[in-house]
Design a protein around this ligand. Sequence first.
Ligand code: PNS
Length: 160
Amino acid sequence: MKRTVIYPGSFDPVTLGHLQVIRRAARMFDKVIVAVLINSSKTPTFTVSERMELLRDATADLENVEISGFEGLLAEYARERNVTAIVKGLRAVSDFEYEFQMAIANKKLNPELETIFITADSDLMYLSSSMVREIGSMGGDISNFVPACLHDRIVRKLRK
Ligand code: PNS
């Protein structure tokens, strides 16, 4: 049986931390569906199609990675795609409570759905999309935080 997982997130924009989780998941599973979803507590800077395009370019060398977008519940999307596991990245302990709540809620909504946590390397532990947006919009150097092939596009958008 093919083992497929969904890696959901806002990816506003994708960072080197996200990319590390995608690469690790792509080594562990037959297929990784990276799903750009709506986080209702956030107002995005990049449109869904911009975020998907950035993700597509950053993962172009990974044959078993698909980039998708979905407006609705993750638990429903997993059911629709016939997927029974999602992957989430865990950076620091501070992520844990929020991620734990989401894992339990998703399991209540879709009892088939398991959440698998992948930790980031210590040098990427501090990294978040909001930090990239803040530094980039104030003219700071984000080259250590985002994939090199996306750097100029992300900077252009953030400085607008
Ligand atoms: O990168 P983020 O913002 O931490 O990702 C959060 C995301 C988008 C995965 C979460 O908000 C989500 O799953 N949104 C889809 C709607 C949904 O299912 N909400 C209930 C989550 S328990």
